[in-house]
Ligand binder design. Structure first.
Ligand code: FAD
Length: 320
């Protein structure tokens, strides 16, 4: 379905909104994959975003919200509707708390917090993407995730704007209520941090950054880990007994361990490559396509299912 002219002209009447037609989504995803969207709509403030959401829902248009596009697989056929982004990126400090609009780049928030001597985000150094996407997927690394510092989240469903408490966000490992209830779109997040020595925080962040840059070179077209790690307690008993105990960290087993055992490392379909040094890292090594990427993912899931008897779950999100 293409977006009706009446809807586009109503959207064009919303202040602080930009509309681009027939935009290649490959340019808006870190994988560099994906066909065109009928319209890419950027709202610069929350009022514009709320109105755009209300309008697309009123017209019953196909619509998807994206952020920095660092955790997305977009179909080669693109998206036949509206791709909506909230680009508001204000970061405001109030004592030990930060109020952040969803379009803020997560790394900018991490840097801001470190420069202000506020601890709680330093281990998120190097996670690409925007704050809305990070809250949606409860992003994290090095044993910490954003849920630990989220105090409340402001979201809209196009009808009302509601503030959700941390408990109402229902965070678990790489999950939140927002993944299950996609009618709610995150506008801003309130974080509670605590004071610490800025140079100590910077040292921690720089150490993490250099490890991450080696694993994920900044030019690599990928989505980080494709699959979620596995909760040890939920694995079949026969699989639990195979897993070396020293591999279990915070109750989780890296999915890379299982992927290595089914021969994932170095696998290639077209220009989609599984890293030779990391079985849970797939990247676009040239002129890759989403179809090839999905072929590799399907094959890996099938091999794990056949060998271990459980289903791997994608961390990456689809726009198809
Ligand atoms: C090199 C590399 C390394 C990575 N390392 C990590 C890591 O260590 N830990 C980790 O957790 N992740 C990691 N990721 C994945 C990714 O960076 C995170 O998931 C990030 O938080 C996604 O943010 P984004 O803005 O790019 O979201 P997008 O990719 O644009 O979107 C992801 C999902 O979030 C939803 N979404 C986006 N914005 C909103 C909003 N405002 N309201 C509601 N839903 C929204 C979208 O609908 C989509 O389903 C890595 C990715 C890359 C490329």
């Amino acid at each position: 379905m293409s977006v009706p002219a009446a809807a586009l002209s109503r959207l064009a009447g919303i202040p602080n909104l930009s509309i681009r037609r027939n935009v290649s989504l490959a340019e808006y995803t870190r994988f560099g994959l994906g066909g065109p969207a009928d319209a890419l709509v950027d709202a610069q403030d929350s009022a514009a975003f709320h109105s755009a959401l209300q309008l697309t829902r009123g017209f019953d248009l196909p619509m998807v919200v994206i952020g920095g596009g660092t955790n997305l697989i977009v179909s080669d056929g693109g998206f036949p509707g509206i791709v909506l982004r909230f680009t508001g990126s204000l970061i405001e400090r109030d004592g030990n708390c930060l109020g952040i609009e969803s379009g803020a780049v997560l790394q900018d928030v991490v840097d801001f917090s470190i420069n202000h001597g506020l601890a709680g985000l330093q281990t998120m150094t190097g996670i690409p993407g925007w704050v809305g996407g990070a809250v949606y997927g409860n992003a994290g690394a090095y044993g910490h995730s954003i849920q630990e510092v989220v105090e409340r989240v402001r979201a809209t469903n196009g009808e009302q704007v509601v503030e959700f408490s941390t408990a109402e966000c229902e965070f678990t490992y790489r999950e939140s209520m927002f993944k299950r209830r996609k009618e709610w779109v995150i506008l801003s997040t309130h974080l509670r941090l605590h004071r610490a020595d800025a140079s100590e925080l910077r040292r921690t962040a720089e150490g993490i950054r250099s490890i991450r840059d080696e694993k994920y070179p900044p030019s690599m077209r990928c989505a980080g880990s494709i699959f979620k790690n596995l909760l040890f307690a939920k694995l079949p008993a026969s699989v639990q007994s195979e897993v070396p105990p020293n591999l279990v960290r915070e109750g989780k087993v890296p999915s890379a361990w299982f992927l290595e055992r089914i021969g994932a490392k170095g696998m290639r379909v077209g220009d989609i490559q599984v890293a030779t040094y990391h079985a849970n890292l797939l990247y676009n090594d040239g002129a890759g396509t989403s179809a090839d990427l999905i072929t590799v993912i399907t094959e890996l899931k099938q091999r794990v299912r056949e060998r271990f008897g459980f289903e791997l779950e994608e961390e990456v999100q689809y726009v198809i």
